[in-house]
Ligand binder design. Structure first.
Ligand SMILES: Cc1cc2nc3c(=O)[nH]c(=O)nc-3n(C[C@H](O)[C@H](O)[C@H](O)COP(=O)(O)OP(=O)(O)OC[C@H]3O[C@@H](n4cnc5c(N)ncnc54)[C@H](O)[C@@H]3O)c2cc1C
Length: 414
């Protein structure tokens, strides 16, 4: 009979970060089970933005830890993990967005995250293709940036392996083993495996795993996507990540070209039970509809980035994030058949920020599964905070899509 102290289901960035943090903080035996290849689902699709202060202050310390952990991983592995130390620029024009930016700056100050206000000339020096003549506040956060999400995910994996973690790919979890109302292990394609704790980090499929314990996690797989321009000298150099909250859009460099992301008003959501096991065989975007999304956003974006109207778009990337109705993650013990039998945990519902949150989630879960207090307040992330819901219903998925649509605004700030 195989037994480990901790079994982690899912070898995306979240599962691998949890494994890394557990190995770093304890002598425990740890197993990661991944049914495909490591980081082959959402974690390899991400735009990789690492923005520490946002409209969701409860997440700030978790992202800040990721930013710090990147340096630590580079030291431990002796090689870069693909982080681009370019900072981020936030540009606000309307009163509402200026107020929001002030709140974000206040949050940054509380956490010791540096920022400075830029003049039009400073902005021109950093991103000459931007026209911020309508802006009333321009703030630069020098320690933000973007990362290659696949490299960071696999860096956690390599560091975890160095720390003794066993990682098995091509091994699927079919069911949870439940004894006397407690989750005591998993039934997998390599047989029954028992664990002191079992952690559900199965990304878009996490609700299906937790449903085996009678509590499908309250989140919905939701489409996230971005476009990549053809290489272009005018805006193809290295520049900070640019956030344009007025039009819910962002830009970042991409080897001589530019990534442009847009939060659409009506995001597509999916029933997790109908997703294929390998997301690479599935497109959350049908037909040409994604070109309509960027075309609709073009006029608003061109106020700040006039050259976008002439941009040639060479590539489109789409994938599934997972959203909750309040835009907060799902982190902590999963309520099981026996109240208080806290040995089954969730690390899911990352709301399009799982790369940025990865070290924070890994650190928090590695504390709570060992009965320690996490270094952050994670009470607002409790998986049972929505009460009994049917996460597979249309009504619930619509609530999650709305959270995605207003992600960059403070309405859902937690
Ligand atoms: C287009 C796009 C852009 C994004 N941009 C950003 C960004 O800029 N910044 C940011 O922070 N985040 C971004 N995200 C979100 C980020 O990618 C996710 O939040 C993050 O990757 C989630 O990681 P994960 O490990 O939870 O999920 P995943 O990477 O999906 O990993 C889950 C794993 O679980 C495995 N699994 C599932 N079921 C089982 C089973 N039964 N048995 C064994 N294994 C199983 C799957 O095969 C998968 O590999 C973006 C996402 C998309 C799609």
């Amino acid at each position: 009979m195989e037994t480990f102290d901790h079994i982690i289901i899912g070898g995306g960035i979240v599962g691998l970060s949890i494994a890394y943090h557990l190995a770093r903080n304890s002598p425990d035996s740890i197993l990661v089970l991944e049914r495909n290849e490591l980081a082959s689902a959402a974690s390899s699709k991400a735009a990789g933005l690492i923005l520490q202060a946002t409209t969701k202050p409860s997440k700030t310390p978790l992202v800040k830890l990721t930013r710090e952990t990147i340096a630590l991983l580079e030291q431990e592995l002796g090689e870069p993990v693909g982080f681009h130390d370019v900072g981020s620029l936030r540009i606000a024009a309307s009163d509402a967005r200026v107020k929001e930016l002030e709140t974000i700056e206040h949050d940054a100050s509380r956490h010791g995250i540096a920022f400075e206000h830029l003049s039009q000339q400073d902005l021109h020096d950093k991103a000459p293709w931007l026209d911020a003549s309508t802006a009333n506040r321009i703030t630069f956060f020098p320690t933000d940036g973007y990362v290659d999400p696949y490299l960071l995910s696999t860096a956690y994996g390599r560091a975890a392996r160095k720390g003794g973690v066993q990682i098995r790919t091509r091994t699927e979890v079919n069911d949870l083993i439940i004894e006397s109302g407690r989750v005591t292990g998993v039934n997998s394609t390599s047989g029954n495996i028992f664990g002191g704790s079992v952690i559900d980090a199965a990304g878009a499929w996490a609700s299906i795993i937790s449903a085996h314990a009678g509590f499908p996690l309250p989140m919905a797989p939701t489409r996230s996507h971005y476009w990549i321009t053809a290489p272009e000298i005018a805006y193809g150099g290295e520049f900070p990540v640019v956030l344009l909250p007025e039009c819910q859009a962002y830009m970042r460099p991409e080897v001589g070209a530019m990534v442009v992301g847009v939060q659409e008003q009506h995001s597509a959501t999916f029933d997790a039970r109908r997703l294929p096991d390998d997301i690479n065989t599935f497109s959350p975007t049908q037909g040409e509809e994604h070109w309509d999304v960027i075309a609709d956003a073009m006029e608003a974006i061109s106020v700040f980035f006039p050259a976008i109207s002439q941009a040639r778009f060479a590539n489109y990337v789409s994938g599934l994030s997972t959203y909750t109705p309040d835009g907060g993650i799902l982190l902590g013990p999963v309520p099981g058949p026996v109240p208080g039998a806290a040995n089954f945990f969730a690390a899911a519902g990352c709301c399009g920020s799982g790369i940025a949150l990865s070290a924070g989630i890994g650190s928090a879960i590695s504390s709570i599964v060992r009965g320690d207090k996490p270094q952050f307040d994670i009470t607002s992330f409790a998986p049972n905070r929505f009460g009994p819901v049917d996460p597979f219903s249309d009504e619930f998925q619509t609530r999650c899509a709305a959270a995605r649509a207003s992600k960059s605004h403070a309405a859902l700030a937690k």
